[in-house]
Write a protein that binds this ligand. Structure first.
Ligand code: AHR
Length: 332
């Protein structure tokens, strides 16, 4: 709030140097002196989920809501995120909000923020445990719970189908390696494979949370084998890419007599695929984190204590119970 002059000077410096800050908001006027200045480093725009997340944060941390938001899109590069955070520190913003691409590598820059006395709110993904005292609050998903839920659903479904002891060949398309959603969704699957001697991971490749990469890796896996029971994708973009490749290869994506596709996010398009039965289970990853961040900041402004971990509400959608009304009534 008190820091607009510094922000004006630094934003001007960014503008003159031409480095970073492409999406930086217009310079504030004096009428905006009471705005809370927030620097937000977003990891990129790799998925429909991410785009919704960005729009939500921007719409909630708005001027009407008492904020001046400085937005930076890191385009999937951790070094861009570090550079943006350093710029926010130089601008002496009131709060830093960031969605870390991966869990490691944040120690030095977060120490700089701490030394500058700027509270950091980590959103969406976590950072490694050793750095936990370097941020004020986390807002986002419980990715391990999401992974556990998906694996439990698969166990129950195979049991119901009478296939609990049959060989189950799983293709696993992973998200960005080292990111919390990848780790949280991968570990429960790998643990389940250890528990079930009849489950085997036939292929495990990185789809980087994108439809294009997933289509590419799935197509190449299909050149090696078409003996596939389950495709476990770590987001909807990957599921859509994998389904396109599977169908092109003549395989049916249908949990009753074809490939069982599991996905995460529950975006609108992902849920259309769930309604069509092409995605058997879609575990929600809620991108609407803006209201949670707003609540944390407003509490801090009032000098109230905040919860360190703030999980967003999430559910899941089963192809057997999802309805058109459910999709139409959703907020994103
Ligand atoms: O961190 C959230 C994950 O990242 C979402 O599952 C995915 O779609 C996004 O790109």
């Amino acid at each position: 709030m008190r820091k607009l002059l510094a922000v004006i000077l630094c934003v001007a410096a960014v503008f003159l140097c031409g480095c970073s800050g492409e999406d930086t908001h217009a310079l504030p006027g004096s009428a905006e002196d009471n705005l809370i200045v927030v620097g937000f480093s977003q990891v990129g725009a790799e998925s429909e989920w991410r785009v919704t997340n960005t729009e939500n944060i921007k719409s909630v941390l708005s001027e009407e809501n008492g904020y001046m938001l400085i937005f930076d899109d890191a385009r999937q590069e951790q070094e861009n995120q570090i550079r943006a955070i350093r710029m926010f520190i130089q601008q002496d913003v009131d709060y830093i909000v960031f969605s870390p691409k991966v869990e490691t590598g944040w120690n030095a820059i977060l120490l700089e923020a701490k030394e500058a006395g700027i509270p950091v709110i980590v959103i969406d993904r976590y950072i490694e445990r050793q750095d936990e005292d370097l941020y004020t609050a986390y807002v986002g998903s419980d990715f391990y719970k999401e992974g556990e839920l998906a694996v439990k659903w698969l166990e129950d479904f195979l049991e119901e189908q009478g296939r609990a002891n049959e060989p189950i060949r799983i293709v696993h398309i992973q998200g960005t390696i080292g990111s919390t959603p990848q780790l949280g969704r991968t570990v429960p699957l790998e643990n389940a494979v250890k528990r079930h001697p009849n489950w085997v991971i036939a292929a495990q490749e990185c789809g980087d949370f994108t439809k294009a990469k997933s289509y590419e890796v799935m197509s190449s896996i299909l050149k090696r084998t078409t003996d596939i029971d389950v495709v476990y994708c770590e987001n909807d973009g990957e599921a859509l890419g994998a389904i396109a490749a599977l169908e092109e290869a003549g395989l049916k994506c249908n949990p009753e007599d074809g490939v069982i596709v599991i996905s995460f996010d529950a975006t609108r398009l992902g849920l259309e695929y769930t309604l069509a039965g092409k995605i058997a289970l879609n575990v929600e990853c809620n991108p609407l984190q803006g209201p949670y961040v707003d609540k944390v900041i407003k509490k801090l402004e009032r000098g109230e204590p905040v919860d360190r971990i703030n999980y967003v509400d999430e559910t899941y959608f089963d192809y057997r119970t999802i309805t058109r009304e459910m999709i139409d009534s959703r907020g994103y």
